[in-house]
Design a protein around this ligand. Structure first.
Ligand code: PLP
Length: 419
């Protein structure tokens, strides 16, 4: 018999194996200073493109004041306990009512964390006779929710309508045999590539197939749609989304999340979401903070308008300079380059140290081998100067990538890793 830890000593996992070369720099980097378009990394100022503070609310003076006053009033413990036991308050209910109204649903339920919340939502919505259909590029929280499912599940090719229809037909056939139903899960915006889920086309398929639609709109809430109510509003199909989910971790610049649906569905979910029934409720300071953020979102679309001004300037600038930004239809801005992982490391070091640009780097196994994805999250706080400097830096690093500079720089690293 083996020691349980033997495999851990042998293999640290697909990302963990890079820890010696990457930790503290490429992964688990320590950004310092207040959340902003400019922060410090290893002592020098960098333009930050990897903070999900889309609307710039993290350091909005009204938001900061509300947060500070709420902590003063409630501390950070209140309320103790899970919602069902001793963690429920008038303010949680008020926030739910306001969120439901904002996303045009009958009812909403506030969650302590998005990840656990959506995982439990999936778990609570399906029984063993039901079938789940979901995108192959789904976020980890959806995958983990699906992992709990004891019945059949099918993945479809990312945002591919033929594959969607094929898998819906398969799912329906099985559900007819088992006597179950079908849960279809899409993201409002896919966070890596920035494509919106094809919600309009998916709801059209409701005419042909019998399924319920759950949408994770983590990146769409606050950034898309006329009022900022998300991808469903943007595509004119919010009323066809059966269960809508969004987190406070992005546009709302906070912690927590919510689901919204018909009252009967929310009433069921609040009694059946295990991660909420058996874990501490969202603390009051965060509930009050969320109410203030929502008030700002409702008051005007200025934050969203400024965000999109920056998104358009960045994305158009990149395209005009011949960069491949894929097929994004949201604020998420990917830049695809060709190169090995060691080349990607040398390139990002150059970007950070010589150009003062900090963005996330995504490589295999998250994307196919040989591709480098530099992922940028524009926010309302970025300036045109930030965008100009970034475009210039990107042109410089592309030239160095193409003329083999990074290959040379990364040679030693490649030898070390036996590539
Ligand atoms: C698509 C998506 N869903 C869910 C979550 C989880 O939300 P939270 O950070 O509130 O746990 C995230 C990350 O924040 C996300 O990107």
């Amino acid at each position: 018999m083996k020691d349980l830890f033997a495999k851990i000593y042998r293999d640290k996992g697909p990302l963990g194996k890079w820890a010696d070369q990457a930790e503290g720099y490429f992964v688990f980097p320590k950004l310092e200073g207040q959340i902003s378009n400019r922060m410090k990394f290893q002592g020098r100022e960098v333009i930050t493109w990897s903070i999900n503070d889309y609307l710039g609310l993290a350091n909005n003076p009204e938001v900061r004041k509300a947060d500070e006053e709420a902590v003063k009033k409630w501390g950070s413990a209140y309320p103790m306990g899970a919602r069902m036991m001793s963690g429920h308050t008038e303010l949680h209910e008020q926030l739910q009512n306001e969120l439901a109204e904002f996303v045009s649903k009958e009812s909403a339920y506030v969650l302590n964390f998005g990840y656990q919340g959506i995982l439990s939502t999936i778990d609570a919505l399906v029984g063993k006779n039901d079938v789940i259909v979901y995108d192959v590029d789904a976020h980890a929280c959806i995958i983990d929710g699906v992992r709990l499912h004891l019945g059949k599940r099918f993945t479809y090719k990312h945002n591919d309508l033929d594959s969607i229809e094929l898998n819906l037909a398969r799912a329906e056939k099985i559900a007819e045999q088992t006597g179950g139903g079908v849960l279809f899960i899409s993201e409002g915006v896919f966070g890596m590539r920035g494509e919106q889920g094809k919600l309009k086309e998916i709801v059209e398929l409701k005419k042909k197939y019998n399924f319920r639609l759950l949408v994770d709109d983590a990146h769409g809430f606050g950034t898309l749609g006329k009022t900022g109510a998300g991808a469903g509003e943007e595509q004119g199909v919010q009323d066809q989304i059966d269960v809508y989910f969004a987190t406070f971790a992005k546009s709302m610049a906070s912690t927590g999340a919510f689901i919204a649906a018909d009252k009967e569905i929310i009433d069921y979910l609040k009694y059946n979401l295990r991660s909420q029934m058996f874990a501490k409720s969202l603390q009051m300071s965060l509930v009050e903070g969320a109410l203030k953020r929502l008030e700002l979102l409702r008051r005007s679309t200025d934050f969203k308008d400024k965000l999109w001004e920056n998104v358009n300037a960045l994305q158009n600038g990149l395209k005009d300079n011949g960069f491949d930004i894929g097929t994004t239809t949201s604020c998420v801005t990917p830049v695809y380059l060709k190169g090995s992982i060691p080349e990607a490391m040398a390139l990002v070091k150059d970007l950070r140290e010589n150009h003062g640009i900090f963005c996330s780097i995504v490589v295999y196994p998250v994307i196919p081998k040989g591709l480098i994805l530099l992922r940028m999250i524009p926010t309302a706080t970025h300036t045109m100067e930030d965008i100009d400097l970034t475009l210039k830096a990107f042109s410089a690093i592309r030239e160095r990538l193409e003329n083999g500079t990074y290959k040379k720089l990364s040679q030693a690293l490649m030898e070390k890793m036996g590539e």
